[in-house]
Structures are given as C-alpha cells and as structure tokens.
Design a binder for this molecule. Sequence first.
Ligand SMILES: Cc1cc2nc3c(=O)[nH]c(=O)nc-3n(C[C@H](O)[C@H](O)[C@H](O)COP(=O)(O)OP(=O)(O)OC[C@H]3O[C@@H](n4cnc5c(N)ncnc54)[C@H](O)[C@@H]3O)c2cc1C
Length: 507
Amino acid sequence: MVWDCLVIGGGATGLGTALEAASRGFKVLLVEKHDFAKGTSSRATKLVHGGVRYLEQGNIHLVREALHERGLLLRNASHLAHPLQFVIPAYHYWHIPFYGAGLKVYDALAGKLSLGKSLMLSRSRTVELLPNVETKGLKGGILYLDGQFDDARLAVSILRTFVDQGGQAANYFEVVGLTKEGEKVNGAVLRDGETGAEHQVRAKVVINATGIFSDTIRLFDDPHLAKIITVAQGSHLVLPSKFLRSKSALMVPKTSDGRVLFAIPWHDRLLVGTTDFGVPQPIDEPRIQPHEVEFILSEAAKYFAEDPTEADVLACYSGLRPLVKHGSGTSTAKLSRSHTVIVSPSGLVTITGGKWTTYRHMGEDCINHAEEVVGVEHRPSRTAELPLHGNTQEAAIFKAPEHLAVYGSDRPEIEKRASQNPGFAEPLDPALPYLTAEADWAIENEMARTVEDILSRRTRALLLNARAASQAAPRVAQLLADRLGRDKSWIQAQVEEFQALAKNYIL
Ligand SMILES: Cc1cc2nc3c(=O)[nH]c(=O)nc-3n(C[C@H](O)[C@H](O)[C@H](O)COP(=O)(O)OP(=O)(O)OC[C@H]3O[C@@H](n4cnc5c(N)ncnc54)[C@H](O)[C@@H]3O)c2cc1C
C-alpha cells in the first residue's frame, strides 16, 4: 500500500498537519516514536495567545495570525480552550497607560474574534482580582483577556479527530531511516518500540514534523545538510493555588532579565514560568536546572504577598523549543515569521518552529506545500470550520473547568464507566482528582500504552502533583496489564520506569 502522506512526529505540528491532510481526503499515516505530545507539546505554558511580547517586538503579522487562530481554537475545541483574564500589576504609574495602550492594539488585532476589551485598573480593583498580589508599591493594573488550554489533552482531541477523518496513527513507532526511489524520498523505515521489529512504509510525500529532532530526519535525507534547529529550554514550577488565590492569571511583562513571566491558575494549581536558555542537544526528557528554579521563585516572590519556596513546589517541568536558525543556506527554504516549511530537493517536507496556538495554520501551510510536491490539484482546507473531537457548546460555559470538562462530549461515557464498575469512581490517588475510570477510558479509547501516557498526558497527574502520580503508578500499571494482557514483570518495569521519571518532576 502507498500512503498519500506519512507524517513523522505526533506533537502539535505533526498532529495538526496529519489532521489537515486527512480532512482534505488524503490517506495519511502518522507515526510517533514515543507517545503523542511526549515532547515539547505537553510542556507548554498552556496559553492560546497572540503573544503580548511579540507585539512589543513589533511583530504585528505574527500576533494577528495567532489571535485569529486563538479565536478558531476557542470555537472548535471549547472543551479544552477557554478565555482567561490576565492582570498586569503596575508598580509605576506610567506602566498603566504604557501597557494599557499596547493592549488596546492587541484587542484591535483580534478583530471579530476578540475575547473582550482590556481595561486599566485602580489599585483596589487590582487587589480584588489578585487577592494575594504584593501590595507594597502597587499603583494599579491592567486587565486583558487571552486563552488557556490543556496542551496534552488537545493533542488527544486532534488525534481522535484525525482518526475520525479516516487517518491512521501509531505511537511507539520511530522513523529510523528514509527510503528513496532515485533521488526522491518515497517512504520510511519504522521501528516498533514495543517489539523492536522494523517495517517499511511507502508514501507519496513524507513530512518531517519532529520539532527539536527535525535535523535528525533531514540528515537521513542528506547527511551533508547544515543543521537548522537551535534548542532553547523553558521550565515551569507548579505551586498550590493559594499563592494567587485567583481565577485570573498574573502577567509580568518584564522580569529582571527582560522576559515575560506568567502565574496561571490551571487545574486548581498555579503554573509559574517560564525561563529561556540555549541547550546544546535535543533530548527527550529535559530537566529543570537549579538556576531556573532560583529565577522563577525569586521573580514570583516579587509579585506574591507570600514568598514561595522550594518546599512549596508540587511539580516542575521543562520543555525544549525548536527554534529555526535563519540563513542556513538551504536553497528551497520558504521561511515565514511564525514557522518554517522547507521542501528538500528529494521532496522531504520539514515543518518546524511556530507555536501551539498556530498549529492549525502551520498544518494548512504544510499540506499546501505537500500537494505541490505530490503534484495533485489543490484541495481547500476545512480545518478552520472543523470542530475537534469532544467539542461541545455546553463545555464553553465553564470558565475555570473542573477536570472532567476536558472530555467534552465524551464525559458522560466516563461518568457511566465510573458509576457502573466497582472501584472506577475512586481516584487514582487521594491527592489527585483523576478517577480510575479515566485511566480505563484512556487505554480503550485514547491509545494509552504506558503508565507515563496515563499519568502525564491523558491525565495531568505528573504535572499537578509528581509525588502523588508516583504513588498512583502501581494501580495504573495493573489496569494497563489487565487490558493489554501484560505480565507481572512488565508491571514492575513500568512502575520502576515511571517512578524514576517522576523524580525529574520533583525538586
Ligand atoms: C516552555 C515552553 C512554553 C511554551 N508555551 C506555549 C504556549 O503557552 N502557547 C503556545 O502556543 N506555544 C507554546 N510553546 C510552544 C509550543 O509548545 C511548541 O511550539 C510546540 O509544542 C511544538 O510542537 P512540535 O510538534 O513541533 O514539537 P514536539 O511536541 O516536540 O513534537 C515532535 C514529536 O516528534 C517525535 N519524534 C522525533 N523524532 C521522531 C522519529 N524519528 N520518529 C517518530 N517520531 C519522532 C517526538 O517524540 C515528538 O513527540 C511553548 C514551548 C515551550 C518550550
């Protein structure tokens, strides 16, 4: 069989690209070497946003594109993305009109898909919205609206929409080589991560959507190519929500070293981040560095009434941004400001850069290029109007969704499972909100294969409370073994592997 399109990489970019192709009626295979969203795409700040800082840099085009995509995502995945109020506390009077004016431009760029107007706030209103903000020297604030989402759950929703559209996806299948007919790429060699077996697949076009690993696949195509990816790490600390005690997020437009810092309520916790520094190599499991912990805690302490310490941290996580070096000398490079699509002389299409918020537009652009490589007539994109799996208008009313809301239209099925099976209504761990029924659901319907898949990405246990997630591992391993037919040694290996991993998420 020859696929129309093989997509390598099951993060935001690969999933968005695969869905774009399948929804245009192409036969698509998506392969991911670990689990969907195991890479950068489960480690974001979880904002679906235009990016206020790009506005400061004068990148109007990127902000407008992202704000448009924000509007589409809030409409098409209302169970996973919702508007969120952000408050910038101001400690100088001039900050209020300065940031206030910038945010008026931000509002205007959203056009018809605006979430509401930004406002300048008095000191007392700022404290009302952020009860635990540092009040010493506080002059007032600015309020604006942006979007928030659950990154790994959105990946699952896109995956399921892709499958609903006739696509085929496989996690734990790694591309270990490309095949060619003459000079043209015509497929890939896949290694099954569970059995070690290798398979060849053929496709009319191969798309490289492997994020920080994009150069590895490009070098399979041509070992003499110059590398284009630079890797930058960003980390977050997860704190109890008491540090902000607010439904609004706190935004710091300029930290001591000139970056943006967010403190965001998420699943009844507070995410604080992020950092940004170059690392030499792409790796699967980046670890937070002591200087990042120190930076985030000391910056947060300036804005919270109570200073957080390392002992307060429930979990931490790090992700690696795929940044594209421009001017790499690749003759067929087509660069845009938000993402990059490169078509190699052999027809390999690489798509990288960009951000979660713009994943749909990236997919659309990539498949337009892929159509040219294959030489088929252009088929118009349908994804702007395509609701994602689980989308329900009912869910849109949740402002701060409690955890089952992320399932959208699947939620009644999970509740039924919880009520009809003994033990399934129990949480995976007393300190976690997640029900045993959710793990069972994920194995049957969401392609979960390992303890990590369930505790890190189908539920977000590892990010909400890494110690509790570690304690839940044996129970989850047993559920997987029962469903997938695994033995005791598999259970033991899974528990040990997950508990070793969870140590990276604990300070
Ligand atoms: C700290 C941080 C915060 C961020 N916050 C935001 C935010 O708030 N909002 C926003 O819009 N964006 C945000 N981003 C950006 C966003 O997360 C990324 O742009 C996006 O997730 C990149 O997705 P990707 O699919 O390109 O890469 P990845 O998610 O890394 O996916 C690539 C996949 O390819 C797989 N792969 C690699 N090699 C192979 C192979 N040989 N065979 C098969 N599979 C392979 C990997 O396992 C991986 O799953 C943030 C990024 C970081 C680092």
